[in-house]
Design a protein around this ligand. Structure first.
Ligand code: S3P
Length: 450
């Protein structure tokens, strides 16, 4: 049987093509794979470690470009962060309110979590001045969603397009407590306001239309902050001016990275994978519920709690998937998995509809538009809706020339689709995967060689 070929080809200094030629008999994925640390938890561990008193140790940190951006920013503001590695990173915090004024522009790179969470901290450092920017994608993403609540708290933030686009300049202020009714279910918005609330005298509350990931709440509590959560109203209240003390954080594997393998094994006949050490926080497991609705064969094994976060191993086997309808409150719980769900839907019988997902238009790329065009180039019957996608499965996909639009999750979703397509697919700008998954291609090679 001719073996599948997975090649990386440098295009220029920055850009890489990923070329995938499946063997004619298909590529079954088998064996046990580990996945990189959770991106959201990695950012928060670095940030809380940097503003706490004393030492924080982080095991399992994601070595992707996004957490590296966070580490660089906080080093520039006085935190001592050891060389990043996935075994053990040591952070010596400055103590709440003691970030120093950086002498250069802070650069959040591609990372929405870095810029939005950090803005909450910067805006609440009275008398200090900060400037912050990011890459081309980040400079086009809306910052008004965090500038608005911070302004209500008294923050001074300036930027292009009515203070809504980076680069942003911030003059720190003594902020005041508010109750913010967020129009979007966004953990970045919620976390930004809670972090700003740390420096406030009084209680700051955020209410969101649906519950978004709660890693900030869990970790803030572990570091010593007082939080009240009202699950009925999706509200969380933080009491200002706590003492935050450095902690030992163990970062579980990222379910958003596991999602690529869950879908790959579910759609490729003969596959069976065991994915170990996956974070299964209920605010993140929408992908498991969606795949269950599609009749995927996924079993949770060895469920446990590690450093305050639920963790399990996930065993996934091939099965014929069925279409489903995904929308409403589940969307924030699988917001980053919609591109790979679209790939699953392309191989399911029937028509899958994903709705209430307009947020995808303001991610690292417009993920609705990009998935519709790029998966469409491979022959998928996929239609872009205003707030989602409609995908009719069953068309056999053929290799094509596709582009990641420098979006990590698009690059990896297209790679998984190409494993199950006829002939060669070339994914341009595939290096984007390293934003959240530096070993993606190595793990792909491992899973197909077993
Ligand atoms: C994140 C929250 C999500 C998600 C992003 C990471 C976080 O964004 O898409 O990849 O770490 O808080 P929103 O909360 O803005 O939807």
């Amino acid at each position: 049987m001719p073996s599948p070929i997975v090649k990386l080809q440098d295009q220029d200094n920055q850009s890489q093509d990923l070329i995938i030629t499946p063997s004619s008999s298909g590529i079954a994925l088998t064996g046990t794979i580990g996945i990189p640390g959770d991106k959201s938890i990695s950012h928060r561990a670095l940030m809380l470690g940097a503003i706490a008193e004393g030492e924080t140790t982080i095991e399992g940190l994601l070595l992707g470009e996004d957490p590296m951006s966070t580490a660089k920013c906080f080093r520039a503001m006085g935190a001592k962060i050891s060389k990043l590695n996935s075994e053990k990173v040591i952070v010596q915090g400055v103590g709440l309110g003691n970030l120093t004024e950086p002498i250069h522009v802070l650069n959040a790179g591609n990372s929405g979590t870095t810029i939005r969470l950090m803005l909450g901290l910067l805006a609440s450092h009275p008398g200090k001045f900060f400037t912050i920017t990011g890459d081309k994608s980040l400079r086009s993403r809306p910052m008004s969603r965090v500038v608005n609540p911070l302004s209500q708290m008294g923050a001074n933030i300036w930027g292009r397009e009515d203070n809504s686009l980076a680069p942003l300049a911030v003059r720190g202020q003594q902020l005041k407590a508010i109750h913010y009714l967020s129009p979007v279910a966004s953990a970045q918005v919620k976390s930004c306001v809670l972090l700003a609330g740390l420096m406030v005298d009084g209680k700051t509350t955020v209410t969101e239309p649906a519950l978004s990931r709660d890693h900030s709440e869990r970790m803030l509590r572990a570091f010593g902050a007082e939080l009240e959560v009202n699950p009925k109203t999706n509200s969380v209240t933080i009491t200002g001016q706590p003492t935050l003390t450095g902690q030992k954080v163990i970062v579980p594997g990222d379910i958003s990275s596991a999602a690529f393998w869950l879908v790959a094994a579910a759609i490729i006949p003969g596959s069976e994978l065991l994915i170990t050490n996956v974070g299964v926080n209920p605010t993140r497991t929408g992908i498991l519920e969606a795949l269950e609705m599609m009749e995927a064969d996924i079993v949770k094994e060895n469920e446990r709690t590690v450093a305050g976060e639920p963790v399990a191993d996930l065993r996934v086997k091939y099965s014929q998937l069925k279409a489903c309808i995904i929308g409403g409150k589940i969307i924030p719980r699988l917001i980053d998995e919609i591109p790979i769900l679209a790939v699953a839907a392309a191989f399911a019988s029937g028509t899958t509809v994903i709705k209430d997902a307009a947020e995808l238009r303001v991610k690292e790329s417009d993920r609705l538009a990009v998935m519709a065009t790029e998966l469409g180039k491979m022959g998928a019957r996929i239609k872009e809706l205003g707030d989602g996608l409609e995908i009719t499965g069953g068309a056999s996909l053929t290799g094509a020339d596709v582009d990641s639009f420098t979006d990590h999750r698009i690059a990896m979703s297209l790679a998984i689709a190409s494993l199950n397509a006829k002939e060669t697919t070339t994914i341009h700008r595939a290096e984007a995967a390293s934003i959240s998954y530096p070993n993606f291609v190595a793990t792909l090679r491992q899973a197909i060689s077993n």
